[in-house]
Ligand binder design. Structure first.
Ligand code: SAH
Length: 454
């Protein structure tokens, strides 16, 4: 097919769909154009930016007939920052779009006919992120700037506030930036590999109010540390932990290997439902704990535990779902590939006094078949794999061992649909799919699927 449009053409199109990047999709004689700034059901005048053989890119220059769900994006940085893709769509519009997206993907990719329920969204879809990781640098005049990386670049856009992170993060961002020069702390320069302060990470425990601030520095020797601690305490009187992480490498990775305590405790404690979690500077933890509770309650509901079930939690991370399930199950065995996460899971199980959990580090697709060979069977299997979905060997193990119920927590509807098809072909029936909005204003959507052996 040759492109029916060329670069710099202007034309008027009707927008049919929205991509994962938040771009509108229109078709010109069957040729798809991905259009920045346009929403489904809009008519827009567009400017063609680039054409390839099978598709092209354009940007909306005028919205001729706006979508009824269009709103003004409330954030000043929406156009430059890649963090949110859907702020120009009302929150109700976002939830409707996500519900349809999940339903369409289920049918198109998996031919899955189970009901897809309306997305469980947030009452207040702002300031939900409990972790902010803010890069610091200097502008041409040598003043400290801090904010976010401009979409697809490594240049920092200076920012005052972010509408999805917490007020604590905003306070540190603005306050530290102002005080840095007076303290004699040079922000890091990525090109010259000079300067001291690379990133500031702020972690907030929503349930307990504890706050950790981590200063990521180029060197361990940090003569201004007392001054920095004093400023942080002044900016955030409720801070409970101030840590320094040392990253001397020329790298995009935020953290280095060494973390030292500057003041207060080494960890903060948060709770999800009735389960307590210890969070250290670098430990993995869900970024939207309010919706995590919604998601995992749903998983627990679908697992329908009566107290005598043996449960396996595959891809268990720090054991968040496992410990939720352990409240109702006879035993829970969790497996996860990152050994550090398994250490966290064990610590959190002990912190909560669970004695019916067992955790092991390793690939789920190898560890679970071995458990079965050793006679460690499961009545209910929960999986929460990364975006690429379940490993085929794990799906085969499920089909061979036939646990009566499978609960599939997914961050990628496309691989969920693919895997549900495999499980349905092998004797399971999907009963229901509940999408949950973990990341308002982004195009991501999590979903929990409930399957029964038939
Ligand atoms: N349920 C977890 C998060 C799951 S995210 C929680 O609630 O915290 C997916 C997890 O799968 C990640 O922690 C990742 O490290 C892990 N993972 C990736 N590949 C894996 C594999 N082959 N076997 C086991 N775990 C794996």
């Amino acid at each position: 097919m040759s492109a029916p449009v060329k670069k710099n053409d202007r034309l008027t199109v009707y927008i049919e769909d929205l991509t994962h990047d938040g771009n509108g999709v229109a078709k010109v004689e069957g040729y798809p154009l991905f259009i920045q700034g346009a929403l489904p059901n809009e008519t827009a005048q567009i400017h063609v930016l680039k054409t390839l053989k099978n598709y092209g890119f354009a940007k909306a220059v005028e919205i001729i007939k706006p979508s009824p769900d269009r709103v003004d994006a409330p954030c000043d940085y929406f156009q430059q920052c890649g963090g949110c893709q859907l702020q120009h769509l009302s929150y109700e519009g976002q939830l409707k779009w996500k519900e349809n997206m999940v339903r369409n993907v289920m049918q198109r990719i998996g031919k899955i006919n189970a009901p897809v329920l309306p997305v469980k969204g947030m009452k207040e879809p702002w300031h939900y992120r409990n972790k902010a990781q803010i890069p610091f640098s200097a502008n041409e005049a040598g003043q400290a700037i801090a904010g976010f990386y401009k979409t697809k670049t490594h240049s920092i856009v200076d920012m005052e506030r972010c509408l999805i992170q917490t007020g604590e993060a905003d306070a540190i961002l603005a306050g530290l930036k102002k005080e840095l020069a007076a303290m004699g702390i040079l922000p890091y320069n990525e090109l010259s590999h000079e300067g001291m302060l690379r990133h500031v990470v702020i972690r907030t425990a929503r349930a307990t109010g504890e706050v950790m601030v981590v200063l990521v520095t180029k060197k361990k020797k940090f003569p201004q540390k007392e001054a920095a601690v004093a400023i942080i305490q002044k900016l955030l009187p409720n801070v409970t932990s101030i840590m320094q992480n040392i990253n001397s490498n020329k790298t995009n990775v935020i953290f280095g290997d060494e973390t030292v305590n500057l003041w207060g405790k080494d960890v903060i404690i948060d709770t999800i439902g009735d389960v307590r979690f210890e969070i250290s500077a670098r430990s993995f933890y869900q970024v939207n704990p309010e919706q995590t509770e919604v998601l995992y309650k749903q998983a627990l509901d679908y697992a329908d535990l009566q107290g005598d079930e043996r449960v396996i939690d595959a891809y268990c991370g720090i054991g968040t779902i496992s410990l939720f399930l352990a409240q109702k199950a006879k035993t829970v065995m969790g497996v996860e590939i990152v050994p550090q996460a398994i250490e966290d899971a064990k610590r959190n199980a002990a912190l909560n006094g669970f004695t019916n959990t067992y955790f092991e580090a390793g690939p789920a697709e190898e560890v679970i078949p071995r458990w079965y060979r050793e006679g460690k069977e499961a009545d209910v299997l929960v999986v929460d794999p990364p975006r690429k979905g379940c490993d085929e060997a794990l799906l085969n193990t499920i089909l061979e061992q036939r646990p009566k119920r499978v609960v599939y927590v997914s961050c990628n509807p496309a691989t969920l649909a693919r895997d549900l098809r495999i499980l349905e072909d092998g004797g399971y029936q999907t009963q229901e799919i509940q999408p949950v909005d973990m990341f308002p204003h982004s195009t991501h959507c999590e979903a929990v699927a409930w399957l029964e052996l038939i």
